[in-house]
Design a protein around this ligand. Sequence first.
Ligand SMILES: Nc1nc2c(c(=O)[nH]1)N[C@H]1C(S)=C(S)[C@@H](COP(=O)(O)OP(=O)(O)OC[C@H]3O[C@@H](n4cnc5c(=O)[nH]c(N)nc54)[C@H](O)[C@@H]3O)O[C@H]1N2
Ligand SMILES: Nc1nc2c(c(=O)[nH]1)N[C@H]1C(S)=C(S)[C@@H](COP(=O)(O)OP(=O)(O)OC[C@H]3O[C@@H](n4cnc5c(=O)[nH]c(N)nc54)[C@H](O)[C@@H]3O)O[C@H]1N2
Ligand code: SF4
Ligand SMILES: [Mo]
Length: 693
Amino acid sequence: MTTTELIRGACPHDCPDTCATITEVRDGRAVAFYADKAHPYTQGWLCAKVRPYLERVYSPDRLLHPLRRVGPKGAGQWERISWDEALATIADRWRGIIAEHGAAAIQPYSYSGTLGLIQMGVCDARLWNRMGAGGLDRTICCSAAHVAVAATIGARHGPDPADVLRSRLVIIWGNNPASSGPHFMPLLRQAQKAGAYVVVIDPRRTTTARSADEHIQPRPATDAALALGIMQVIFAEGLHDEPWLEAHSQGWRELRERAAQYPPERVAQITGVPAETIVGLARRYATTKPALLKFADGMQRHANGGQAVRALCCLPALVGQYGVPGGGLAYSTSGYVRWDAEALGHARECPPTPRAVNMNRIGAALLGEVDGPPIMSLFVYGANPVASAPNAGLIVRGLMRDDLFTVVHEQFMSDTARYADIVLPATTQLEHADLHGAYGHRNLQYNQPAIAPLGECRSNWDTMRSLAAAMGYAEPWLQQSAEEVIQELLAATAPASPYLEGVSFERLREQGTVPLHFSDEDYTPFAGGRFPTPSGRVELRCPAMTAHGVDPLPDHVPAAELEEDDRSALSPQPPALTLISAASHHFVSSSFGNQPSLRAKEGAPFVEINPEDAAARGIAHGDTVRVESARGWCRLRAVVTADVPPGVAVAPKGQWASLSPDGRNVNWTTPDTIADLGGGSSFHSNRVRVSPA
Ligand SMILES: Nc1nc2c(c(=O)[nH]1)N[C@H]1C(S)=C(S)[C@@H](COP(=O)(O)OP(=O)(O)OC[C@H]3O[C@@H](n4cnc5c(=O)[nH]c(N)nc54)[C@H](O)[C@@H]3O)O[C@H]1N2
Ligand SMILES: Nc1nc2c(c(=O)[nH]1)N[C@H]1C(S)=C(S)[C@@H](COP(=O)(O)OP(=O)(O)OC[C@H]3O[C@@H](n4cnc5c(=O)[nH]c(N)nc54)[C@H](O)[C@@H]3O)O[C@H]1N2
Ligand code: SF4
Ligand SMILES: [Mo]
């Protein structure tokens, strides 16, 4: 008799929602996949991307065996080899490179194909530490915000998303949850129905903006000015919460002086937002409570993104909203559990990391921009830099280097895998174990493997273990099972973490989802005005910023590339546009960008352009256009729409270059300039010319 097993899991993709999933397994095959109804945030539904997950798992395009390149780099000619041969080849090459250049010349590159503690976290640490390989600064997504948030309020602590039901005002600032974290939307709708006023601040009229009570469209990269303008009005009209600021903040009088430089008229000039709108928003923010300010990482992917986030983090303090249920700041909940670093990486038993490469500069680094030896081997896993990292043309040039030995561990023949010397097949979430925190809610989830690995696929961790053995590393912490590593991490982390009270591996395995533990005192982040900063206060003036080379007070520093005056009096060309390339609705970064049903829904790669800008360039709706920056170009289909304001264009990230008609995607144009804080990315500080192709 055949029985059906129900296996609990967690969605591993880079999304704040970290949904709880159920896989139905019969005769070793997954036959159904759906949301866990018991999970408080998943609420029994999955997004359009992940609902058809079995299409991904059982796709005929899955890589099932190791491959060796037999033609020129990038030509797509492969022969199948065994894992033993692949591992021996890699270990041989690496030993040679280590002997000649040192282990710094071996560069791992990984990011958010999976957010699992094991497959993303431990796999970024143990093997590479043991080897003394080159470090990777994982800066592509959110590092400017992480530094700004940590410096200002001390930790990425955030409310339970359901607390929005207590809010009377919700300002969603540069965040598009309708696409990027959809489980927030039903709660937002419910809050709005109960009378909360919803404001969206985004240059683009997004799906989220469409349903707001008010949509404010600043010019890209002017958010710090807008926030300071709001502060100016609040201070000037005496609407600030002075007793709260006195008791719980540092530097509010200096911030008031800084804000005084941003009266509404000046801010209107910088941001393009009318002065009355700024005054209206400031008054509303200061007088409607509880007021929640929610932002995410999209708005900080600018050259000045760090300071913009600093400014946003100051706002709730001015109106005394930190620590108020339904008020405060909703950025991320990922800071509650800080996994014990030593258990994660065993760094103390290893040589020091010789250097680190900022992943935003991977193209330049491959072409020699490194301290010390050149990168001689690149090992990519859980990432697709050719599709997702900035200035892709430069990355491809780097990958074409004859003397570079590239290994890519992937589920699919991605834009990046195409340039590999060796391709290794990777498991999907249904085929491996992992533990997941979330950045949009406050639960831990265990992902139990539902089916055996397809073909010869191995998980990231099993691949690391195999590589460790091939290199002759005998440390037991390079050979444990994923389950053992999870137990080690829980045991090492729990004693110092009040939020892990009552969490055990047994409970996780049994229940799938276990909520973090909150006492009445710390249920609401920063309750009582307590902040885990050096001063114990919210640091409006933040001395630590000086070490980052940034003003200790938030300020608007224009994003250099966006300020270039490219209108020559002699040139008949229309001016360049600012190109935002934020989340697509049907992909997660480039993940899913090859899934036929989702590609059909997303449509051919497009760029949105305002009717005025289209007319000035002789572009009609549906035309193929050339989008070109100082770095490179790509061709996209023009969508002429008033959803984007004049001067701005929008081309979502995530399309695969190799599946696009011109073999390129939007990242051939994006800047690899480093942002003002945390080595962050600046994808959207991108000046492009758009012309008929
Ligand atoms: N469907 C889907 N979901 C995703 C992803 C995906 O690719 N697709 N990506 C995932 C990842 S990796 C992340 S980090 C999160 C990101 O989550 P979000 O930050 O919500 O997503 P983004 O679309 O990157 O950016 C949000 C908005 O910022 C706006 N924006 C850009 N520049 C500015 C600016 O200067 N000022 C303001 N105010 N707004 C600006 C964009 O127009 C965009 O609508 O989403 C995750 N979820
Ligand atoms: N233009 C533009 N580009 C952007 C952004 C933007 O706003 N604009 N946003 C950036 C952001 S926020 C992010 S987070 C990055 C994300 O960039 P990346 O981290 O490179 O993520 P993806 O492009 O989704 O590629 C992940 C790859 O990992 C593979 N994968 C999934 N699970 C596993 C696994 O378990 N093992 C292995 N070995 N492979 C696996 C998938 O098949 C996929 O090809 O993209 C950035 N790129
Ligand atoms: S991508 Fe996000 S919304 Fe979709 S299933 Fe995964 S966690 Fe849930
Ligand atoms: Mo991201």
